[in-house]
Design a protein around this ligand. Structure first.
Ligand SMILES: [Zn+2]
Length: 329
């Protein structure tokens, strides 16, 4: 069996800057219980941060601790939240790190097998901070949706089985009291994470964020910076729940589906544009023609209702604002 030497573990968020909540539960408290079960077995260094008073400070403190420990496998424990209906288990990894992808997928498969959770699978990211800014190989586990009753019923009943399944994948045996490691297996060297080109991996200095390429392409890095600058609660670099049309199909950060739920970031833009009298459509979070036209009007670029590729003038204007630390709208 492959042994993924678990060097650090932490739970996300803290009491001063709490994460999600639902079903009478708070994310950092539930994740703490899971994290404690994890480190009891793996003896990983605890990189949890209770000092940070903002989401950003909390993340920076966590990654500082991770990077002091160095290159091996880091595990981050979180719970998802969305609309009460969304459910299931997923594990995030750095896009392009094949070892991490395999580990993430195997954790999904084993945990869902023993719990019955919906398997949302391994998810690639280049924007989640603990994954992007840490040295070595980090995986971020979303242990179900805290605002979904069924997910939390499963977690309360099967937490031990779920944690043990993840540990088993990483090469740790939990038989007989849960403190021995998998016997005689070779420790796998983590693959170094690929550096996103063309800019080098940034060191964690949130005061001076890395400059975005002003390339007119609305990808995850631009979306994440937009979320950070406008202080969105979720800063995942995704413009979620978009309805695919010719007008918005070149938004690379968009996640297209048929839910019509929309994105909080776009809802925020629509509210701001409506307040300025530039937008009269619905505040639905969907970046369609009307919203694109309103953004173009606000930025003084060609008003055609399309995000063009490979280079959108509107997106370039947004990137210039973000690099200056300003909300684009
Ligand atoms: Zn979280």
């Amino acid at each position: 069996m492959t042994k993924y030497n678990n060097s650090t573990s932490h739970r996300g968020h803290n009491a001063r800057t709490p994460g999600a909540a639902g079903n009478g539960l708070r994310e950092h408290e539930v994740a703490q219980t899971i994290h404690e079960k994890f480190i009891k077995v793996t003896k990983a260094v605890d990189c949890t941060d209770d000092a940070g008073t903002t989401a950003n400070a909390n993340l920076v403190n966590i990654v500082d601790r991770m990077n002091r420990v160095g290159k091996s496998y880091h595990v981050s424990h979180h719970l998802n939240a969305f609309n009460g209906q969304a459910n299931g288990f997923e594990v995030w990894y750095f896009a392009g790190n094949e070892t991490a992808r395999k580990l993430a997928q195997a954790i999904c498969d084993e945990v869902c097998k023993v719990t019955g959770w919906v398997n949302r699978g391994a998810k690639a990211t280049t924007s989640l901070y603990v994954i992007r800014a840490s040295v070595g190989t980090a995986v971020l586990i979303e242990w179900g949706f805290i605002d979904n009753k069924r997910d939390m019923d499963i977690l309360s009943e099967k937490m031990v089985d779920a944690v043990n399944a993840a540990l088993k994948v990483m090469g740790y045996s939990t038989a007989g009291g849960g403190s021995s490691n998998g016997g005689g297996s070779a420790v796998e060297k983590p693959t170094p994470q690929p550096t996103p080109s063309p800019t080098p991996k940034p060191t964690p200095t949130p005061a001076q964020p890395e400059k975005l390429a002003e390339d007119g392409s609305l990808g995850p890095l631009t979306a994440r910076r937009w979320q950070v600058v406008t202080k969105m609660q979720i800063q995942d670099g995704r413009i979620s729940h978009q309805w695919r049309q010719a007008q918005n199909q070149n938004i690379h950060a968009a996640v297209f589906d048929t839910t019509l739920i929309g994105s909080n970031l776009i809802r925020d833009v629509q509210r701001k544009l409506a307040a300025r009298g530039l937008y009269t459509g619905k505040i639905d979070g969907l970046c369609g023609e009307q919203t694109i036209r309103a953004m173009q009007r606000a930025k003084g670029t060609t008003v055609d209702g399309f995000i063009s590729a490979p280079q959108s003038q509107l997106v370039m204007a947004i990137q210039r604002d973000l690099n200056a630390g300003r909300s684009p709208f």
